[in-house]
Design a protein. Structure first.
Length: 453
């Protein structure tokens, strides 16, 4: 794998949070220029990538004997070095833009879109991501420590994080217990207006009768920041915190970062109930937040059901992001569940404002348990778009057979109808979808909103 110096900078940006700790008990991200460092069962795991100079080729096959690890200037005994399969696929979306995804924290994923300077795009496979494990000396909880990694080989570039802090938190919430995490949580609860514009979309998909997979997507444009963080929180109606997720993306080279549009997707499992969702982004000294209400309705898995509606601007061939399974090197994508229908992976957008010349796709799922026992069951769906100001119907598909969206041996129907806007006036709109079956059952009507500028 070879590239230019600028291409390497772009890759390092994309490696910002690329690491996995499958059995993580503690995760400790702090400011720096590489992936977050984790503490696992008394061990510090330091994600490291190594490139040869001057050709910037990825260096593979390194072992414990090739590394030296220092904490606060004192060399530490390395327990082991493992290699992870970095999740960092590149693909071309339906607009022809090159895009990349990265994932390291459970249930979350970042996507970045290169808007200019395509000549620096990394075209080779992801490099090896070495996880260097050592047992740290005793320290006070909350204390931070400088670390340094050396490689015995000459003429190499070592990319690793330079600091970790002894802060306890779950693997899916690396900002928990940190001062930054507390500041972001306080900012979310305050009346303060942020300086970073955020766009938020959220909904749910049924996984079983007891819980649903809540999907939160946030869009924002990045500035010249070294590092940015996101915190997604779900509060029960009334104020009690139900669950929170967080993640960190390290920019590495800010001159490369501001070429990108940033998109974060988070998934959390929540029981039926009424929730207030809040998303907060921190970018150096700037902040941004967005919030919305969501009701996760109860579901009888023996009945016809329907998910939330998600508005999507982009899709790509799902095969472009598939990684050949290797049980010896688990993927850092973790347990994230993408939105895939008929071989295409759809990206829900946080920003649901459109121009008349644009199109978008509506993704939603219909759950028909009868398909398992009676495959000949017919399912129909209907989509309507209504101008919320005038009440005028902008589109109505009528009841249509959903057979084209069905997949063999599956009781889940994943629909992605396309919506054109040329014939609609500017304004605010409501999307309505509903499903029925040949057994005479109908679902509730699900809604989502968008606007035409």
């Amino acid at each position: 794998m070879r590239c230019s110096r600028n291409a390497l900078k772009a890759l390092l940006l994309l490696l910002g949070t690329a690491m996995l700790c499958a059995r993580t008990a503690f995760a400790l991200p702090q400011a720096g220029s590489a992936p977050p460092i984790r503490v696992e069962s008394g061990e510090v795991l330091v994600p490291t990538t190594v490139f040869s100079l001057p050709d910037y080729a990825s260096v593979s096959g390194l072992t414990v004997a090739d590394f030296h690890m220092f904490e606060d200037g004192k060399e530490q005994k390395i327990q082991q070095v493992t290699v992870e399969r970095l999740y960092r696929p590149d693909f071309v979306d339906n607009f022809g833009f090159k895009e990349t995804e990265t994932a390291s924290t459970s249930g979350q994923k970042w996507a970045m879109l290169l808007r200019r300077a395509p000549h620096i795009w990394w075209t080779g496979p992801p490099p090896d991501l070495y996880l260097i494990a050592y047992v740290p000396p005793d320290s006070v909880e909350g204390s931070c420590h400088e670390i340094r990694v050396k490689v015995k080989q000459k003429d190499v570039l070592v990319y690793t994080r330079s600091k970790y802090c002894n802060t306890t938190h779950p693997a899916f919430d690396p900002l928990a217990g940190t001062s930054l995490g507390k500041q972001m949580e306080d900012f979310a609860a305050s009346d303060e207006v942020g300086r970073i514009p955020l766009a938020l979309q959220a909904g749910f998909f049924y996984t079983n009768a007891r819980a649903a997979r809540v999907y939160i997507t946030t869009d924002f444009s990045s500035g010249a920041a070294k590092e940015y963080h996101i915190l997604a929180m779900a509060y029960r109606r009334g104020g009690a915190l139900a669950l929170r997720l967080s993640d960190t993306q390290d920019a590495g080279d800010s001159s490369v970062l501001n070429m990108f549009w940033n998109h974060h997707e988070a998934q959390m499992e929540l029981p039926p109930g009424d929730y207030d969702l809040r998303s907060v982004v921190s970018e150096d000294r700037k902040w941004g937040k967005a919030e919305m209400s969501l009701t996760v309705e109860s579901y009888d898995s023996k009945q016809l059901g329907i998910s939330s509606i998600f508005v999507c601007k982009q899709f790509h061939d799902h095969r472009q992001t598939m990684v050949v399974p290797d049980p010896r090197r688990p993927s850092t994508l973790s347990d994230f569940v993408p939105l895939v229908s008929k071989g295409r992976e759809f990206t829900p957008t946080g920003d649901t404002n459109f121009r008349k010349k644009e199109i978008f796709f509506v993704y939603y799922e219909v759950y028909e348990p009868l398909l398992a026992s009676a495959p000949a069951t017919t399912v129909q769906t209907r989509l309507r778009i209504i101008n919320t100001t005038t009440g005028q119907v902008g589109a109505d598909t009528g009841w249509q057979n959903a057979e084209a969206w069905m997949e063999p041996d599956s009781s889940v129907i994943r629909l992605t109808p396309e919506v054109g806007l040329k014939k609609m006036d500017k304004g605010s709109y409501r999307i309505e979808v509903q499903a029925s079956d040949s057994a005479g059952r109908k679902t509730d009507t699900r809604t989502a909103t968008f606007s035409i500028e």
